[in-house]
Design a protein around this ligand. Structure first.
Ligand SMILES: [Fe+2]
Ligand SMILES: [Fe+2]
Length: 128
C-alpha cells in the first residue's frame, strides 16, 4: 500500500532516500493492520510509532538543513508543517491506542497516507 511512486521523487537523492524509508515504516504499519495472527498489537504499534518519530525527526532536520543551504524562501512555513507532525506524534493517547488497537492503527494509516503524500507532493516539491 505504501511505496515510493514515481511522482514522489523530487530528484534530490538524499531526500528521496529518506522519503523512501518513511514509506517503508508506513508500510510496516499497514502490514501490522492486516496481520490477524497477532492478538495484541500494542507493542508493535509502540515500536512502529517510535521508529516513525525517530526517523521523522532525523529527516526533517536533514531536509531543513538542505532548504537552508539553498536559501529556500518558504523555509519557515515548511518547518511549521514539520513541527505540527512531530507534535501530533508527541501527543498520542497511549491508553486510547492500547484500548482500541485496530482503530488506532487505521487512524495512524489514514494520517500517514494523507500526510506523507500531501506533504511530499505539495510542500516538499516546492524546494526543488
Ligand atoms: Fe518536508
Ligand atoms: Fe520531506
Amino acid at each position: 500500500m505504501f511505496e515510493m511512486k514515481d511522482e514522489y521523487y523530487l530528484g534530490v537523492e538524499e531526500m528521496d532516500l529518506e522519503h523512501k524509508r518513511l514509506f517503508e515504516i508506513a508500510e510496516e504499519a499497514y502490514q501490522l493492520s492486516k496481520d490477524e495472527f497477532v492478538p495484541d498489537k500494542f507493542d508493535y504499534i509502540v515500536k512502529i510509532l517510535g521508529d516513525l518519530k525517530e526517523y521523522t525527526i532525523f529527516h526533517f532536520d536533514s531536509e531543513e538543513k538542505y532548504m537552508q543551504s539553498i536559501s529556500h524562501k518558504m523555509f519557515f512555513s515548511h518547518k511549521l508543517e514539520h513541527q505540527e507532525f512531530i507534535e501530533k506524534l508527541n501527543n498520542l493517547d497511549w491508553n486510547e491506542i492500547e484500548k482500541d488497537q485496530d482503530r488506532a492503527i487505521s487512524e495512524i494509516l489514514k494520517f500517514l497516507n494523507n500526510w506523507l503524500v500531501n506533504h511530499i507532493l505539495y510542500t516538499d516539491k516546492k524546494y526543488v
